[in-house]
Design a protein. Sequence first.
Length: 336
Amino acid sequence: MKLYRCTRIEGQARLTLCEEPDPPAPGPHQVLMNVNASSLNFRELLFMSGAFGDRLPPNFIPVSDGAGTVITVGSGVRRVKPGDRVVATFHENWTGGAMPRHADMLGRGAVVEGMLRDMALLDEEDLVSIPEHLSDEEAATLPCAAVTAWNALCQHAPLVPGQTVVVQGTGGVSIFALQLAKLFGARVIATSSSDAKLARLAALGADAVVNYRATPQWADAVREHTGGEGADLVVEVGGAATFEQSAAAARKGGRISVVGMLTGTPAPGDGFFMRGLSIAPIHVGSREHFEAMNRAIGLHRLKPVIDSTYAFADVPGALGHLESQRHFGKIVIRHG
């Protein structure tokens, strides 16, 4: 089978397209699947840059997200059968409840082998059925970004119709958070530095948009759009550089779901606790979270926003596009 490996030597990463033997036949409770599509997340760039140091093996298969078709199953498998369309969970061995102690926080595509390969041998408990209206390319966008967005909205407290949610930028998590928040009946305020992208966010359902380059104190604009109250929930993807504005944009008693730390670890500022704000760190989610989200996606026939699709041979080009930050939505790899 064909696959990519990322080799890290003295802090330098090299992505190589390899040919290796096919996986063995499935053992008890194992499933062999064709991986027909995968999608990229910003974490891939972090892993390949060496940001996580010795926590990653020196020669790993990257990319957490992959969808495809079951080829064959081992003895005792009950959840899927050959021919079923499935997508792998982000975390290995996290079915539901609190994250198990033995679960790898980094997810697939690091210590646990990733999905940038033709075939994958997985435990049946780590697979989720694809909503019928989605293609494999669309389903491949779900495991990391969509599940993260779902849990950012409702894992630590229910999102109630009529509440206000702030989303930041036009990456995968933020766009999924916008789409899913609208399913909950929430009001969404979206930020971006591009007026063209803000227009696309409005077309997706954003009730108000703010250009944070033109309005650096964008929390003031959020308060204007909420009658001075502030947002019930801010989905924080930027980290230290944006957290102060996120906290200022939240209402008294509001919450901030911290998803990304692109600019470092955020720290609560003055008045954070006095205003009764809460921080909820999000670590993607379990298979049960994934399945709950898929029920909502299937019911409302939600379609992921795909920016572009690359051939398997052009993964370096796809990663370059991701690094440029010009994308709007998800970048997908079509296998085969």
